[in-house]
Design a binder for this molecule. Structure first.
Ligand code: NAP
Length: 333
């Protein structure tokens, strides 16, 4: 299912049960982001009795809104569509009493308490904040990536690999992710074409050796994917050798783009400690360097990146928030 189809059925501002109270701006907990981590944090915070706001951004639901079937989220024997899973999480949050506002945070002030989170029109306050803004996979920038998203083009082998049994596939990239995804996909695919723009891999030596020893992986050096072709689903890709300009067409059932991720942390740059790649640095459990500001999900996790692990981190952050707020009251902070 395309992202837009899923998004049209999402619950909007108007049917949120809390939206009658438009002027409410002060909360115990403000959660920024509405993927699995944000929604799970919302469920736990509201259920623990905290007045909780989720600022969901313009398109709530995170990366799963761009996904079709999710087969690896526990509890769904027959899989669930990504957008449907996110709608259910959202409804569960609202049932627990979470206020959800479909607006985008454009600025934050974590220098004094209560913390401030600003949208273009409103200023929200929270005694604690959970950052759950996630990360986005880097794109190649091809038109076909949009056309065939969920129809052959994927950004997650763990999520989608099993849908591509007995097919030839392309993996784009040359880092650890690309090698890991290519190696994982050999469990299902008949052949993997690994397309990398340079003549050597960026991936660690041990990962490289594993890939070089895997006879199902064929390397296309100094090459880029320049086009994705298909009808209802993608059917082939066009590669260009960047040294010779020679073009080759490969008949493949899928393209896995594995050229890195970008955490959504621009907003926090000068206030929360980030690592060299822009991910939030956790100091202790889910605490950031600012006492009272927590992080959950892909915004700090560059290892697992699964819906279920993001949800787990959301739960952990909410439990840490509970402990922090309880101790703050005891200390009358
Ligand atoms: P990465 O290390 O940044 O590698 C990205 C790869 O994609 C590079 O080979 C890069 O090419 C290529 N690339 C970037 N933009 C491109 C574009 N527009 N078109 C074509 N190719 C493009 O990202 P990553 O592989 O996701 O890894 C991220 C971090 O996580 C790394 O520190 C990695 O070690 C770690 N990681 C570890 C493991 C593990 O240990 N099991 C698994 C996954 C990730 P160039 O090489 O030419 O720049």
């Amino acid at each position: 299912m395309a992202a837009d189809e899923g998004a049209t059925t999402l619950v909007t501002k108007d049917d949120s049960p809390k939206m009658s109270n438009e002027k409410k701006t002060k909360f115990d907990v403000v959660i920024i982001g509405a993927g699995p981590s944000g929604y799970t944090a919302g469920i736990y915070c509201s259920r623990a009795g905290y007045d909780t706001l989720i600022l969901s951004g313009i398109l709530p639901g995170g990366q799963l809104v761009n996904t079709t079937e999710v087969e690896n989220y526990p509890g769904f024997e027959n899989a669930i569509m990504g957008p449907d899973l996110m709608i259910d999480m959202r409804k569960q949050c609202q049932k627990m009493g979470t206020t959800i506002v479909d607006d985008e945070a454009v600025d934050v002030d974590f220098r004094r308490k209560p913390f401030k989170v600003l949208t273009a029109t409103e200023e929200y306050e929270g005694r604690a904040v959970i950052i759950a803004t996630g990360a986005n996979p880097r794109k190649l920038g091809l038109e076909g990536e949009k056309t065939f998203a969920g129809k052959g083009v994927s950004y997650c082998a763990t999520c989608d690999g099993p849908f591509f049994r007995n097919q030839e596939l392309v993996v784009a990239g040359g880092g650890d992710s690309a090698i890991e995804e290519a190696t994982f996909l050999t469990k299902f695919a008949t052949k993997i074409h690994l397309v990398h723009r340079r003549s050597e891999l960026r991936a660690s030596k041990v990962m490289q050796e594993r890939a070089f020893n895997n006879e199902k992986i064929k390397f296309h050096w100094d090459s880029a994917v320049i086009d994705i072709i298909g009808d209802q689903k993608m059917q082939r890709v066009v590669l260009k050798n960047l040294k010779t300009n020679e073009e080759t067409t490969l008949d493949v059932g899928g393209l896995f783009v594995a050229i890195g991720h970008e955490p959504n942390t621009k907003l926090f740059k000068n206030q929360v400690e980030l690592d060299d790649h822009g991910y939030i640095v956790l100091k202790n459990k889910t605490h950031t360097n600012i006492k009272g500001v927590f992080a959950a999900g892909d915004v700090h996790d560059r290892t697992y990146r699964q819906a279920v692990t993001a949800a787990g981190f959301g739960c952990m952050a909410a439990i840490d928030v509970d402990k922090y707020l309880t101790e703050s009251v005891d200390k009358q902070e």
